[in-house]
Structure formats: structure tokens, C-alpha cells
Write a protein that binds this ligand. Structure first.
Ligand code: FES
Length: 148
């Protein structure tokens, strides 16, 4: 598969109070960002669990990121710090199994950062394009047991 053909699937776990609102703002400002990003809205990034991150990869995501409020601004006090710890732990885990921790990232932004939301989405898509498709992804148009 050539690099030009590869359009990564990215899952973004976004906090309702910041990144999700920033995504909305980016839309209102008519800022362009890649359509590869699928947003999952959370009441706070503190709700994201290691299993959710791993399940997103298992379900076919090539890259995953968590976007929460700025440090010190979480509406639930320390939800974004919990998310940061879980992301760091999962990155380590993904590195240890040879999957690549770089496929996962944590970002912080405020609701007013529409341009940052668009920049982060583009940055993540570019990063994953360089890394290539997820190693656990089944090749397209091939059924189980079919010879390559
Ligand atoms: Fe936004 Fe907690 S409320 S990260």
C-alpha cells in the first residue's frame, strides 16, 4: 500500500467542555481539518479508560488521541490528570508489545482554541500517515484465510 493511498482512521476522545467545543468552533470558523478524525464526546477525559483506548485500536483505529481541558481547568478537578496518566501508561504498554506508543497521544486545549483543535487533528493524521496502517488491521478486500 503506498503512502498516498493510506487514509488513517483516527479516534479522538474529546471532553465536552473544551475539545468538543473547540471542534465546534473550528467548524464555525470554517477551519479545515482532515475528515479522518472521528470524535467521541465525553463529559470529561477522566471518563476515558485504558480499555476504551485499546478497544478503539482493536476496532480498527490507526491512531487515537484524548483531548481534554487545559491542566488546572478540568471541570471535575483532576479528570484530565487521570486521563494523562492512563494515556502515558497505555503508550508504554503499546511500546512494550511492539504496536507503537506514538499512535496514541494526549492533548490539552480550551473551548476557545478552534485553531488548535484543527492543528492537532492535522498533526495526528500526519503522524499516523508516517507510521502507516495499524499492524493489527486486516488488509482491505481480503477475507480470513484468503492467501495474499
Ligand atoms: Fe474537560 Fe475534565 S472537564 S477534561
Amino acid at each position: 500500500m503506498s503512502e498516498e493511498e493510506f487514509e488513517p482512521k483516527i479516534v479522538a476522545f474529546c471532553c465536552h467542555y473544551c475539545a468538543y467545543t473547540a471542534a465546534d468552533l473550528a467548524g464555525s470558523m470554517r477551519l479545515q481539518y482532515p475528515p479522518n478524525v472521528r470524535i467521541i464526546r465525553l463529559p470529561c477525559t477522566g471518563k476515558v479508560d485504558i480499555l476504551h483506548l485499546l478497544k478503539a485500536f482493536e476496532d480498527g483505529a490507526d491512531g487515537v488521541y484524548v483531548a481534554g481541558c487545559m491542566e488546572g481547568d478540568c471541570h471535575f478537578i483532576n479528570g484530565n490528570f487521570r486521563a494523562k496518566k492512563r494515556v502515558q501508561y497505555t503508550k508504554k504498554l503499546l511500546d512494550e508489545i511492539g504496536f507503537g506508543g506514538d499512535r496514541l497521544e494526549m492533548y490539552n486545549m480550551s473551548a476557545a482554541m478552534g485553531p488548535r483543535f484543527a492543528a492537532v487533528a492535522s498533526e495526528m493524521v500526519e503522524r499516523i500517515k508516517k507510521l502507516g496502517p495499524s499492524p493489527i488491521k486486516k488488509p482491505k478486500n481480503k477475507k480470513d484465510g484468503e492467501a495474499s
